[in-house]
Every structure is written in structure tokens, then in C-alpha cells.
Write a protein that binds this ligand. Structure first.
Ligand code: PEP
Length: 255
């Protein structure tokens, strides 16, 4: 089973809509066209940029996929400040990140909420990128697998096997996000392999062989090659380095 790698740029709360347009155009010019045959590439701008980025992608017929960083599970209603998955799908958003550690830690996103989001994202024809990861204390206490696999199993509660096969799971050790510390490729591979094992145990070997697993945590062009060479790592969720189109383009080309 060969899985197509996927590299996703999580811009977090950076780049206004003018900067977003320039960044996408620069990224487009720094990526060889043929790259999309071998790798899926997505950008996840702030919500205020989504319409602008969608217009650039559509008018220039870019193969870049539009992503979001988060959404609510309800379609509409009294949820001030929240974003509907229905509205995202209408803007041609293809992939939505859920369960990012910043959402979990800063905004109280729980495994149950992540699970509702995964189902809502699928309901609206988009693909979830479901994040999981351990803190430094949990890693040092030898609890990495228990924490990460617990998040994965809870996030996939009552999600169907064919959906899981088509989704993306991002393993992001919290201590490596935005810190400049990358997990060694061996450590990242070990956890990604354990995630695939948990999917096999919950579903079956075929589903586990198809689900794509990204690594995220201070990925740079200089660390991407080793990470991408690991058998259970199918791409990267990139934060800081995705704001620089040339650096991000180099990471994509390692995939
Ligand atoms: C992220 O935001 O998902 C991330 C991995 O950030 P960074 O690459 O900056 O560590």
C-alpha cells in the first residue's frame, strides 16, 4: 500500500489577507508543478484569509488544497465566534485541523469535542487532520503511548473504517511545537507506528495501512528529509516554517 504524503502548513494566527495572498502566490512559484503528482499540499490560513486564499487558488487553478485550522461541530446557531463546517465546505475547504494542542490547552478542546468535530468534518465532505501528542512531563514519565493512543481512540469513537482510511492523523509532541526541538526521526517513527497499530487494533490492517500519519513539531527543511524517510510518517504538519514559502516549498519537496 503506498500512501501519498501530505504536507500541511498551519499558519496559526499569522498573516493578514494581503500577506496571505502574497504567501500563496510565492509558494506557488517556488513549487515545481510536478510536485503535486507525488504529494498533497495544503495551507491552513486564519479564517479571515480563507476567502482571499480560495480566490487565488480558484482563479490561478492551483493544485494547492485549502485548509482550516478548526471548526465547530454544529452547522449553525447561537455559537458566537465559532465557525461552521458547512460554511467552510462552501468555500471549498478540503481539510480541517482538529484537536491541535493549542486548541486543547488554551481553549479547552476535549477528546469528546475532537470526536464531534471529526464526524462533522466528514459530514460536510471534508477531511479531518486530527492532532494528538504528549507533553514533556508525560514523555518523561513514560506515558507517551498511553496519552497519544488514548487521544486517537477517543477521537475516532464511532468513526467508520472507510472514513478513518481517508483521514489524516497528526502526531505532534507538544514539547516540540514552536520550540525548535524536533523529535528524533526514530522517536517520531516509533509513535507513528504505534498509532498505526492502534488503528489496526480498533479497525483492521487495511484501514491502518491507508490512514496517513503526519509528524508535526518544529519541522524545517533541514529535518524534513530524515522524518519523511520513516516508514510510518506520511508527511508533516508545519507551523512556523510554513510562513516562509521558500522554506515550506523545500519541506514539500522532501516528501
Ligand atoms: C503546529 O502548529 O502544528 C506546529 C507543528 O508548529 P511548529 O512547526 O511551529 O512547531
Amino acid at each position: 500500500m503506498s500512501r501519498k504524503p501530505i504536507i500541511s502548513g498551519n499558519w496559526k494566527m499569522n498573516l493578514n489577507h494581503w500577506e496571505a495572498i502574497q504567501t500563496v502566490q510565492k509558494l506557488h512559484y517556488s513549487l515545481p508543478k510536478e510536485v503535486y503528482r507525488d504529494v498533497d499540499v495544503s495551507v491552513h490560513p486564519p479564517f479571515t484569509d480563507i476567502r482571499s486564499v480560495q480566490t487565488v487558488i480558484e482563479s490561478d487553478e492551483l493544485e494547492l488544497q485549502l485548509g482550516a485550522q478548526h471548526c465547530h461541530w454544529e452547522e449553525k446557531g447561537a455559537f458566537t465566534g465559532e465557525i461552521s463546517p458547512l460554511f467552510l465546505a462552501k468555500l471549498d475547504v478540503k481539510l480541517v485541523v482538529c484537536g491541535h494542542s493549542e486548541r486543547r490547552d488554551l481553549f479547552g478542546e476535549t477528546d469528546e469535542m475532537v470526536n464531534k468535530k471529526v464526524k462533522a468534518i466528514f459530514k460536510h465532505g471534508m477531511t479531518p487532520i486530527m492532532c494528538c501528542g504528549e507533553s514533556l512531563e508525560e514523555r518523561e514519565a513514560g506515558e507517551t503511548e498511553a496519552k497519544v493512543l488514548g487521544q486517537v481512540v477517543a477521537g475516532l469513537d464511532k468513526v467508520k473504517a472507510d472514513q478513518v482510511a481517508s483521514m489524516v492523523i497528526a502526531y505532534e509532541p507538544i514539547w516540540a511545537i514552536g520550540t525548535g526541538k524536533t523529535a528524533t526521526s526514530e522517536d517520531a517513527q516509533a509513535v507513528c507506528k504505534a498509532i498505526r497499530g492502534a488503528v489496526a487494533a480498533k479497525y483492521d490492517a487495511e484501514t491502518a495501512a491507508e490512514v496517513r500519519i503526519q509528524y508535526g513539531g518544529s519541522v524545517k527543511a533541514s529535518t524534513a528529509e530524515d522524518l519523511m524517510a520513516q516508514p510510518d510518517i506520511d508527511g508533516a504538519l508545519v507551523g512556523g516554517a510554513s510562513l516562509d514559502p521558500e522554506e515550506f516549498s523545500r519541506i514539500v519537496q522532501f516528501a
